[in-house]
Design a protein around this ligand. Structure first.
Ligand code: SAM
Length: 282
C-alpha cells in the first residue's frame, strides 16, 4: 500500500483506541487508504474545498479527504471512542479538521462551515436513507451542498438510480431523479471492510438537478406513496388512496389509468402531484 500520509496504519489506530467495530452503530471500517483515496477523488478536485463527512470512525476516509487537499473538513461521529483517534488526525492537519461528536440525524449537517460543502460518507446503513432523503429535501432549492459522494448497500444504490421499468424503481428513485443526477461509480467488495458486511457496497455520486419540474414535495411524496404502495395494481386502483377520481387525475396529465406506477417517469409523477393539488382545491 502506498503512503497517503505519515499517520499510523489504521489497524494500529483501531487497536490503540479500542475501536472494535460495533454492529449497533453500523460500523464496517475501510482500512485501505488507497481505496478511501479513490472514493475521495470521486468528488473531483478537493483542493480549497469544504467537505462534510458523516461517520468518520477511525478516520480512513477522513485522512483521504484531507490528503487530497480539502481545506476544511467537518466530521460528525456518534461513537465517543473514535474522537481521540480523530483528534490525532486533526493535530496532523492543523486547523483543517472540525470534529463534532453527535448524532448526524440531529445536526444540520449540510449547513456546516462557511462555504457550501461537498458531502462524502461511508454511511452507517441504518441511517443512510433518512440522511439522503434529508439532503434532497431542503426548504429551498438548489441545496447548499454542491455534490455528494455516498456509499450504500448495493440494493439501496440500485433503488436510488433506478429508471422507470426497473424492478428497483420506486419512491426513492423518483425523489433522487427529481432532485439530482445520481450515478453509480463503482462497487466495493465486502472483503474491503472490517468486519465484512454481508452485501456489496456501491459508491454513488450526486449532483443537484436544476428544478425543471416544480411541485410541492409533500404532494409528490403523497402521490408516489399511493402509487407504489400498491405497485402491482393499476393507477386507477392505487391512486384511489388520494381521495380524488383516479381516472380523471390520470387522464388530466395524459397517463394511462391502466398503467402501473413502475412505468411512470419522474415528470409524470410531478404532473400528477400538481394536478392532484389543483383537484383538491386547497
Ligand atoms: N468512515 C469510516 C470508514 O469508512 O471506515 C466508518 C464508516 S462506518 C460504515 C459508519 C460510521 O458511522 C461509524 O463510525 C459509526 O460510529 C458512525 N455512525 C453511526 N451512526 C451514526 C449517527 N447517527 N451519527 C453519526 N455517526 C454515526
Amino acid at each position: 500500500m502506498s503512503q497517503i500520509d505519515e499517520l499510523p496504519p489504521l489497524r494500529d489506530v483501531i487497536e490503540r483506541h479500542g475501536l472494535q467495530a460495533l454492529k449497533s452503530l453500523g460500523q464496517n471500517f475501510l482500512l485501505d487508504l488507497n481505496l478511501t483515496s479513490k472514493i475521495a477523488r470521486t468528488a473531483g478536485p478537493l483542493a480549497g474545498k469544504t467537505v462534510v463527512e458523516i461517520g468518520p470512525g477511525p478516520g480512513g476516509l477522513t485522512r483521504a479527504i484531507l490528503a487530497n487537499g480539502a481545506e476544511k473538513v467537518f466530521v460528525v461521529e456518534r461513537d465517543r471512542r473514535a474522537i481521540a483517534a480523530l483528534e490525532e488526525i486533526g493535530a496532523h492537519y492543523a486547523g483543517r479538521l472540525t470534529i463534532i461528536e453527535g448524532d448526524a440525524l440531529e445536526v444540520d449537517t449540510a449547513s456546516l462551515g462557511d462555504d457550501a460543502p461537498i458531502i462524502i460518507a461511508n454511511l452507517p446503513y441504518n441511517i443512510a436513507t433518512p440522511l439522503l432523503t434529508r439532503w434532497l429535501s431542503p426548504t429551498s432549492w438548489p441545496p447548499r451542498w454542491t455534490s455528494m459522494v455516498l456509499m450504500f448497500q448495493k440494493e439501496v444504490a440500485d433503488r436510488i438510480t433506478a429508471q422507470p421499468g426497473d424492478d428497483a424503481y420506486g419512491r426513492l428513485g423518483v425523489l433522487c431523479g427529481w432532485r439530482s443526477y445520481a450515478t453509480q461509480m463503482f462497487d466495493i467488495s465486502p472483503k474491503a471492510f472490517v468486519p465484512p458486511p454481508k452485501v456489496t457496497s456501491t459508491v454513488v455520486h450526486f449532483a443537484p438537478r436544476p428544478m425543471l419540474y416544480p411541485c410541492e414535495q409533500a404532494d409528490l411524496e403523497a402521490v408516489t406513496a399511493a402509487a407504489f404502495g400498491q405497485r402491482r395494481k393499476m393507477l386507477r386502483q392505487s391512486l384511489k388512496a388520494l381521495n380524488v377520481d383516479p381516472i380523471a387525475l390520470c387522464e388530466a396529465v395524459g397517463i394511462e389509468p391502466t398503467d402501473r406506477a413502475e412505468v411512470v417517469p419522474v415528470k409524470g409523477f410531478v404532473d400528477l402531484a400538481n394536478t392532484w393539488k389543483a383537484m383538491r382545491g386547497d
